[in-house]
Design a protein around this ligand. Structure first.
Ligand code: ADP
Length: 370
């Protein structure tokens, strides 16, 4: 059963339409992440679910009840935002207790719930401090605690980690994911950071220009991106794209020719396409390998113009014809002066996109993480 259901939801400010016909189900206990570039409509969508923005068209259901006209405070939601919005003059204990006081909970219940939330978020030793005596990460944990004490059905998070430095973001990301496992609540989380989306989500909703581009598990989005946009958005460094032309089309394989003149046969369904159509070949930086280790799929020669050593990985930047490429060192000798390196990719690791951005179906995409 869906905890949260969006049926043909649209949003317009005046005559500018911001969100278009959003259909989405979020199941009970699911961790759903809205991800997309800035301005794609993520926050507006979350705020509509939260009751902070009106819904121009369509229906929003929480627990099978239409709540379009229900007040934010009556939707049984816990919200956490980028700015912590703690009361500066109150202690952590008072901040945590505040929503319960508003709900007229008894002193005993309040104390128990505050203790429970503080333990869960490891802020018990901070209960008597004021927000200004806390670090950014601690403040954000208190803000999450304040949402938890009301035991909401659904949590809404709007870029809650944006103000934290990189190390803290990583820590908090793990904490929120663990919290989700402990509480088992439905969570909806907005971020522009695809790594956050990939690491936390059960279900990722990729938004672009106010429309859903793809909904799927992190695995689906990585291995079966529905479009060139999703392929480029999910994964870091991003997928490489190279222009090519279809030279043979079959249900079981597509044959393409690169600008370099090389032709390669890929396990991709191209039966609906025409020979001669331009396509874009996509290969992730991590999927390149040394030609010696590879079944002979694709081979390109990279004119290296920059090498980045990160310790655990080495990335080669350069060009193949007109295309700029990045490849993770495919167990190549990473030393020496590298001006040109040969890179191979197995045909099963290649993606193909049409000029309209749609992906052609890969027949051998992995079906689970391994
Ligand atoms: P995101 O969260 O993906 O960055 P937003 O939901 O904040 O995107 O915004 C989506 C679009 O809606 C943007 O183009 C933004 O300028 C526009 N927008 C947001 N709020 C308002 C508003 N109150 N009035 C007019 N336009 C708005």
């Amino acid at each position: 059963m869906a905890d949260v259901r969006l049926e043909r939801i649209s949003k317009a400010y005046g005559n500018v339409q911001i969100l278009h016909d959003i259909d989405l189900d979020i199941a009970h206990g699911e961790f759903a992440v809205f991800v997309g570039p800035s301005g794609s409509g993520k926050s507006t969508l979350l705020r509509m679910i939260g009751g902070l923005e009106s819904i121009s068209e369509g229906q929003l259901l929480i627990d099978n009840n239409v709540v379009n006209d229900v007040d934010a405070s009556d939707r049984n939601l816990g919200m956490v935002f980028q700015s912590y919005a703690l009361y500066p003059h109150m202690t952590v204990r008072q901040n945590l207790a505040f929503p319960l006081r508003m709900a007229k909970a008894s002193a005993g219940v309040t104390e128990a719930k505050v203790r429970q939330a503080a333990a869960l978020l490891q802020v018990e030793h901070l209960l008597d401090r004021k927000p200004r005596q806390l670090s950014g990460g601690q403040r954000q944990r208190v803000a999450i605690g304040r949402a938890i004490v009301r035991e909401p059905k659904v949590f809404l998070f709007d870029e809650p980690l944006s103000n934290l430095d990189t190390e803290l973001r990583v820590q908090m990301r793990v904490q929120i994911a663990k919290l989700h496992r402990q509480l088992g609540n439905t969570m909806i989380y907005v971020t522009h950071d695809q790594v956050e989306a990939m690491t936390m989500a059960d279900k990722i909703v990729v938004l672009k220009d106010g429309r859903i581009e793809q909904v799927g598990t992190p695995h689906d989005l990585y291995h079966r991106p529905a479009s060139q946009f999703v392929a480029g958005f999910i994964g870091s460094p991003k997928m490489n794209f190279i222009d090519a032309t279809l030279v043979a089309v079959h249900r079981e394989r597509a044959e393409i020719r690169l600008e370099t003149g090389m032709t390669v046969s890929l396990p991709i369904d191209a039966s609906a396409q025409a020979v001669g159509e331009p396509v874009t070949l996509g290969i992730r930086p991590d999927d390149f390998r040394s030609p010696a280790d590879s079944e002979q799929g694709l081979i390109v020669e990279l004119e290296v113009d920059f090498v980045e050593h990160l310790g655990n990985a080495t990335y080669f930047y350069g060009n193949v014809g007109a295309a700029s490429l990045v490849a993770r060192a495919p167990k190549l000798e990473a030393a020496g002066r590298l001006e040109k390196i040969a890179l191979a990719a197995t045909s099963a690791d290649c993606h193909l996109f049409l000029p309209n951005g749609k992906a052609l179906r890969r027949l051998h995409a992995p079906t689970s993480w391994n």
